[in-house]
Structures are given as C-alpha cells and as structure tokens.
Design a protein around this ligand. Structure first.
Ligand code: TNX
Length: 543
C-alpha cells in the first residue's frame, strides 16, 4: 500500500515536472529525429498573424494556410518576403541551404513571436508544416498556442512510398487527392499509381484509343464470397479511366505536397486489357479475348505481349506519352508474374528468341525490359520493375521493387541495383490486419500493425556492407481485388500506413511500439475521426 502510493506520487511529480511542451511535442508522428523544448515564450497565432514565405515556397504557403484553416478554422493571410527581417510575427517559411544541409530536412523553431520553418527544398517545408499542424490545437480558442520548441528533423530513407492499384477497382479523382493528402500528412514522398493490369486500363492514351474504349471496361466481375455473406459483383459493365487532364491535375496537387507520382504500366505480362483492345499484340491473337473478370495469375488466359515489331512500336509510343505526362524521374514498367508458357507455345516468339540470340524466355523478358528502358532513357527517365525482372541478365541501372523477402532484396543490392523494399510480409496491406472472423474480405495473409511497425527496410544480410546504400527505402502495396470503395481503402491502410511512416522516417534506434501506439492515439486517431477516415479500429485488439 505504502509503496503503491509512493510510486503514484513519484509518477505525478515526474509528470508535473515535465514541461507541457515536451509532452505535446513528444506526440508527433512520425517521430522527429530531435525535439528540444526551449526557454522562450510560447507563440500565439491569431487572425492578425501572417504566413510569410520566400518565393520558391509560394505554393506550400497556400497549402499550409489551407491546412490550418481546415484544422482550426483560422485563416492566416499570406505575404511574400525576400528575407527574414527578424521582427516578423507569425509563421515564416525560409529557404536556407546553409543551415539545413540535407534534402527533405527541416528545422522548426517556435518561440517568442514566430514559428520559423527552414528547409533547402519544397519537401522540407511540407514536412515542417505537417509537424507544425501536429503542434497546433484542433480548435481555435482565442488564438492558437504553440509551445516553444526546436525540432531538427529529416528522413531515415529517401524513398517513402505508398501504392494504389486502380485497375482492379477504380476510385474517384477526389479520393486519389485525399490519398495524396494522407501521404503528405505521414511525410511520404512517393505515390506509386498502378494504372494498368489484366482487369482494366486506367490512363488515357491518345495514340491507341481502344486501350480506353475497350481496355478500360469489363463485364460483371465477382468481387468475392466471404463466409456466409452473399457473393458480390461489380455492375454489368465496370470500369473507367483517368483523362490526361485529370492526371495533370493530380500531379499538380501532389507536387504542391512534395509527392512524386510514379506511374506503372505493367508489361509484358498482366497485359490482358491491352490484348482485349489490340489482340494483334498477343502471342495468340484472338478477337474473343476480353478484359479479365476474375482475379489471379492468368496462366489459363493469355495476357502476355508478343515480341512483334508492332508491339515494340506500341510500347515506345505509350511509354513516351506516359513519360511526357509525368514529371517523375522514374517510370514503373511492371515485369511481375509474366507467365513464360505463352512464349514457349508461340513459334513466332521462339523464332524471335533465336534470331536475337536470347538464351530463353527469361532472356526475352529481359529484352522487353531493355527495349522499354531505352525508350524511357530517350525521355530521361529511369526504370523501376518488380523483382522478377532479375530472372534474366539485366544491367544494374534498373531499380528493383522487391515484393519477395529480405534475402531477395539483399541479392539485388549485391548486384548493385537500387532496391525498394515492398515485401508481401508485412507490407501488403491487402492482407488481413485483424483476426476477427467477421472481418471484411481480404487476401490471405496476416499483416498486423505491430509487424508493420517492427519491419526494417534494411535486410540483415546487408548490415555493415557498402551495398546497404542501394536500399532506397520501402513502400506498402494496396492491391484492390477485394477493395471496391474509398472507405475500404482507408480501412485497409489505416493505421498500418502510420506505422510504416515511422519505419521510413524515424531513427530505428528510437523504435518503441507502446510509445508509437500512445502517439497514434493522441495525435492521429483524433484527426482520423475529424476527417471521417474509415480506419480499422481493431488495430490493438487483435495484435
Ligand atoms: C501479386 S505482387 C501481384 C498482384 C496481385 C497481388 C495480390 C505483384 C507485383 N503482383 O497482381 O494483385 O499479388 O496480393
């Protein structure tokens, strides 16, 4: 008894001794590299406070203004400045490459009359702004109080991505923007947009209009049975695509938020929608081939491109259109699950293999990758492909996106390929995150929150090796066979994406799952509730 009250007293003393600001600052997600409470006066923002910015950050100042208004109701006027006069009151966004020495880094100083965010690039300003939002209250009660604090912060990994498959199910443009907002909130910098697959082509291509008039649409599709729930189908004619104008709008939206959009056109397999539109590009041309209406690997139905001259002309034209549209330095060309049986069964493909001195079908796959890489090099783009592209001998300029285990990722790095880690376990967010038998239908596999949090992008095999530098970062993938609404997307990614943001951003030596959950509940969950985000509430009960 005596002991119990003694501990309680000690604890409450400890807590009251902690300055309020460090309690508040400590709840930031993803956890910053360095947070130091200051002995200065807290800043109070009111309707007279301005957001001052230097010219390169005009767009980000407007973004921050919108975020503060959405969170607190307070609109802060914008004002451009050329330098920091030292007497400004409000929020100040500054470019300072001397003080801020890394890309994407920011230094936030809050004290006395101003909150200054310094960075060398747009991304640093975006991340400093996100941190500031987490320091601000959720309501405006006679001004917004921000504790005196200095935060020095930068990411652990350069590539921090989230993927979304819009082929299996397509989502409204407004939701794509919302998804990008979620990424920005979590300090991700890459959105991998999976735009083509067997079940539908989702980007407007002007030179080959049947990709859209035929390839973007499919007949009724069985989404799936689950337990005793009735089978669900998409409507008789399901589909759609994003126009190039819509895509430009999304790119501008992402750019303002420091996010690069990497488009994926999946070849030479996963090309059923292409073949439905243009059967002449197939190894087994048949005008009855249609856009796929079931899921899974297409061994039984032809979905592989044939090595005709017309096919390569097609690929060159399509990838040039895509490269002209997206400012991203990277274009993803797929390369996964390309069934070799169709090339084996095609005399034309066999002839092509011989005529070009290729070893076998794997060599033909490499040939496809090399051709497309050449077209994209003409547009100054680097190529990303799923790790299956390593099956043949491929030179190391291609970036490998590894959805297998750490060992496969390490092997690619040892071959000097830059590597992005997206292992199915635990980064496939289409897998279950609860053990609830009544959970909404997902793909087999169990990737709970703590598994995501405890994941490390760095394979053990590379510890202490110079090749460790080839690990660019990681990404979670959201395949949407059983995800047909924005709400289900949110349910599947949250809060697992929050855990991944910390894996990619924060110092791994400071990992602490209990502390993470506390900050999740203090900072992120209230915002999910505010935004109406349909996150999975069972993240703690089933892990
Ligand atoms: C494998 S991983 C695929 C996708 C499926 C996914 C389902 C990869 C590159 N390909 O086509 O949607 O499994 O989890």
């Amino acid at each position: 008894m005596h002991h119990f009250f003694g501990t309680l007293l000690l604890l409450s003393l400890l807590f009251s001794a902690l300055p309020a600001e460090s309690q508040q600052a400590a709840a930031i997600i993803p956890k910053p590299q360095q947070v130091s409470p200051l002995q200065e006066r807290a800043v109070r923002l009111n309707s007279k406070s301005h957001i001052y910015y230097q010219a390169p950050f005009a767009s980000q100042a407007a973004y921050l203004q919108g975020l503060i208004k959405a969170q607190t109701g307070l609109t802060l006027p914008l004002q451009q400045i050329t330098s920091n006069t030292g007497s400004l009151e409000g929020i100040i966004l500054l470019q300072d490459a001397a003080a801020v020495q890394r890309p994407e880094m920011y230094i936030l100083h809050s004290g006395n009359k101003a909150i200054t965010i310094k960075a060398q690039d747009v991304n640093g300003i975006v991340y400093g702004s996100q941190t500031l939002l987490q320091l601000l209250p959720l309501e405006n009660r006679r001004g917004l109080r921000v504790e005196p604090v200095e935060i020095i912060d930068y990411p652990q990994y350069a590539y921090r991505g989230m993927h979304l498959d819009v082929s299996r199910h397509i989502f409204p443009l407004d939701f794509i923007k919302k998804y990008i907002d979620y990424l920005a909130f979590h300090k991700f910098n890459t959105f991998h947009w999976h735009l083509s697959d067997d079940q539908g082509w989702r980007i407007e291509i002007k030179s080959y209009p049947k990709l859209n008039s035929v390839g973007s649409w499919r007949e009724a599709t069985l989404i799936g049975h689950f337990k005793d729930q009735p089978a669900r189908y998409d409507s008789t004619r399901y589909g759609g695509y994003y126009t190039q104008d819509q895509i430009r709008e999304v790119i501008a939206y992402a750019t303002q938020r420091g996010i690069t959009i990497v488009p994926e056109i999946d070849i030479p397999g996963h090309s059923r929608a292409t073949i439905a539109a243009y059967p002449e590009f197939s190894t087994h041309p048949d005008t009855t081939w249609n856009v796929a209406t079931t899921w899974g690997m297409y061994n039984r139905q032809n979905n592989v491109l044939a090595p005709h001259p017309e096919t390569f002309q097609f690929l060159k034209t399509v990838f040039h259109e895509v490269a002209d549209l997206f400012p991203s330095p990277y274009i993803h060309i797929g390369g996964d699950e390309c069934s070799k049986m169709w090339w084996k069964a095609s005399p034309q493909a066999q002839e092509f293999i011989q005529a070009n001195n290729l070893k076998d079908e794997k060599g033909l796959q490499t040939y496809f990758v090399e051709q497309v890489s050449e077209y994209l090099a003409q547009k100054n783009k680097k190529v990303i492909g799923w790790h299956e592209i390593l099956e043949g001998d491929l030179d190391s300029s291609t970036i490998v996106m590894n959805w297998a285990d750490a060992k496969t990722g390490a092997a690619a790095a040892m071959r000097k390929h830059p590597v992005i880690m997206t292992p199915g376990k635990p980064l496939y967010f289409d897998h279950y995150q609860t053990k609830n038998p009544n959970d909404s239908l997902a793909i087999h596999g169990y990737n709970p929150l703590d598994a995501v949090y405890n994941f490390s992008p760095m394979p053990d095999e590379l510890q202490g090796k110079p090749e460790a530098r080839y690990i660019m970062g990681a990404q979670a993938n959201l395949w949407t066979e059983y995800i047909s609404s924005p709400a289900k997307v949110e349910y599947m990614v949250f809060p697992r994406m929050t855990a991944l943001s910390e894996v990619l951003w924060s110092d791994p030596r400071q990992k602490d799952f209990e502390d993470f959950k506390r900050r999740l509940e203090q900072t992120v969950i209230p915002r999910f509730k505010r935004w109406g985000t349909a996150y999975c509430t069972e993240y703690a009960d089933w892990t």
